[in-house]
Structure formats: structure tokens, C-alpha cells
Design a protein around this ligand. Sequence first.
Ligand code: PLP
Length: 425
Amino acid sequence: MSDQASEDLMRRAERLLPGGVNSPVRAFRAVGGGPVFVERALGSKIWGADGRDYIDYVGSWGPAILGHAHPKVVASVQEAAARGLSYGAPTALEVRFAERICELYPSIEMLRCVSSGTEATMSALRVARGFTRRDVIVKFDGAYHGHSDALLVKAGSGAATFGNPDSAGVPAGVVENTATLAYNDVPALEALFRARGKDIACVIVEPVAGNMGCVPPEPGFLAAILEQCRAHGALSIFDEVMTGSRLAAGGAQARYALKPDLTCLGKVVGGGMPLAVYGGRRDVMSLIAPLGPVYQAGTLSGNPLAVSAGLTTLNELDAAAYARLEKVSQRLVDGLRAALEKTQTRGVVQSVGAMLTLFFHDGPVKNWNDAKASDTQKFATFHRGLLARGVYWPPSQFEAAFVSLAHTDADVDRTVEAAEGALRA
Ligand SMILES: *Cc1c(COP(=O)(O)O)cnc(C)c1O
């Protein structure tokens, strides 16, 4: 359990909010006990309702890459707020933000801002279908691309944790055009394209999977997606909502030197505010209203506070920042591996840059089937042990942990010590 103040709040919350929360994984159902209600956050730490502090590896599920309440980000939002919260009209800030995204992501020639990753992926599918005049979309088991109907099939983390990967309320007709394949399975991908290539509008992929826990792409997997799409007139969509501006300034596509047709961004690029992006080839994005027949709109899209937070965050992320993120993250990975060894626990730590997962699994996790075979009971015990020792780890086996620029070596060493204690328990 968390603390008395959080327990009291949870009792009130549960009467009014489903599960007491506004997003399911926050309820801690996968690990037992109750969630910590957060009072405030600064740097690498969050404070619970009872005033206790924790070293945080959730980081708002990715956005807090600079650490919480970074003074420059806070100041930029305050300045923007003083000029008005929202206008529903274009601003210079949006133009600067778009220019910055296109500089960082050479595959993005034109983009649109939306307010969540869900909106970004949903809209990217629509424009891909509009462009190709085809209906079938391909996704990978265990990948999460937001909660829009067509994508809520074998959708990893939250959905997976609750054992209903196919949500109630999604008509069969909506998902009959969604094909799913195992992650990292190139022969299956090629076979699907051989069979249905002329019906496939797009393949959407997390270039490093994060929503079944951190699962890196095997060499050649992402290139095969681009190649199959090109050969069959389909579009490749990299869902970089998690990896974008986390794994490199130009996202996973920069890290692996690949150029998808379309890209979705969110989390880090919004700096902690509701902001996401979809963009890519100019000929494709030119189909979006008011230029073309694919409709998509948003009252708060490109909101000035959100764009300010995003721009300020991106401007702090220079080469030195990414080098530091890699270093701190590697220290944590090495420490966790040593803790597994010392305690003779079966487990594997997988990471790419500043995202990582400790799977209670024998040997590498390459896809959703592997991830599912992890010992989730052991994970729950581990999670409770960490929390009791002042470390706030993602409350599901199937989530990635995030390191920020605010995490110090001392934070990491304390975390490793806590992990060793939690593994012995
Ligand atoms: C978080 C996430 C989304 C959904 O973004 P929201 O802002 O929560 O709607 C989509 N795709 C990936 C890869 C994500 O990690």
C-alpha cells in the first residue's frame, strides 16, 4: 500500500472516477496496493500526498525528459499563459515549433499538431488510407498506438495488463481491417504482403517497442517494413510517440538511420503538456483539410502553452544531453543486471537509450509472446519492494522505465540498492 493520505484520496476517487483514475495503468491494479497520489514533482523526484519523496522512473510516462518542473519550461509556460491560454487561431509559436520538428526529423516535410498521441496515430491512419485508397492497416502484437478503435487490437501494456486486449465497445467491423503480426517477425510480414499487399494502406510500428516493455527491433526488422511498404505501395508509419526526441534528437529513425513515410510524435515533444504531432511526406500530408479531402481538426490543437513547453524542451536537448541520458541509463542497466546476478534472480534488463525494462523472464524478450511469459507476480513483489524503498517504478511489467536528465549517479545508485533489497524480499 501507499500511504494514508493517498488511501483516503483513492476512496473518494473510486466513487467518481472509474478505478479512481483518469488512465487505467495509474490504478496500480497490476502490482496490487494503491497508487500514490502525487502532490508535486521536481527534478528526478515526486512527492506523495503524505509528503514522502520517491525517485521517479515514470516521468509522466515519458515527457519529463529534462526532469520535473524544469525552470525554463515552467517559465515559458507562465509567459505564454500571461498572453492568453488559447485563441483558436494560428500563432508564430506554432510556426517555430513546426520548423524545429522538421529540422530534427528530415522525414517530416509537413506536419499537424494535435493534443494526444491517440489523435496523432488515428489521424495518421486516416491520411494513409486516404492517400492509398486502401483499408487494411497492419500493426504488431503488444504494440500500443493509443486507444482509437481500429488500433485497439492486441495493444500491449494497459490493455494487456487487464487481460482484455480487444476492448469491449469496438465493433468487429472496425477492426476487421486491422491485421496483426508478431514484432520482429520479418517472414510473417513478407507473407502478409505477398497475400494482401494490394489491400494494405500502411504498417504502423513502434520503432523500439515500449508498450510491452522495452523491446528493441532486431537488425533488419524496421528496414524490412520500409522495403515491403515501398514495394507494395503502402505507407510506413513510425509511431514515435514514446521514442521521439527520447532515443535521439531525431528519434529512433535517426538512431537507426531510416526514413518512414509518416511519423507520430508526442510525450517528450510536448514537454509535459497535451501536444502531439503527425507528419511526413509532403504529398501525403497535402491531403489534409483544408488542402485536401482528409478531414482532421482540433479546438485546442497547437495550443500556445503546449507548444511553448515543447519548444523549450526540445531546445534543451542538445548532443551533450543525449550523451548524458545514455550514460545514466547505462549505469542503471548495469546496476540492475548486477542486482539480478547477486540475488540469483531470473530476469533480463533490456534498454535502448533512456528507456528500459527489467523483465522477469528467462532470456531475451523479442515480442509480445515472450513478454507475456514474464513472471508478473514477481514483478508485482519487486514493484512493491521498490516503492517501500522510495523508488517509483512503472506499475506494470509491460511498461518501460524512463531516465531523465535530472537523474544523478547518486539517484541511480540508491535505486540499484533498493532493487537489490526488493529482489531479496
Ligand atoms: C503513449 C503512446 C501513445 C498514446 O499517446 P497518448 O498521448 O496517451 O494518447 C501512442 N503511441 C505510443 C507508442 C505511445 O507510447
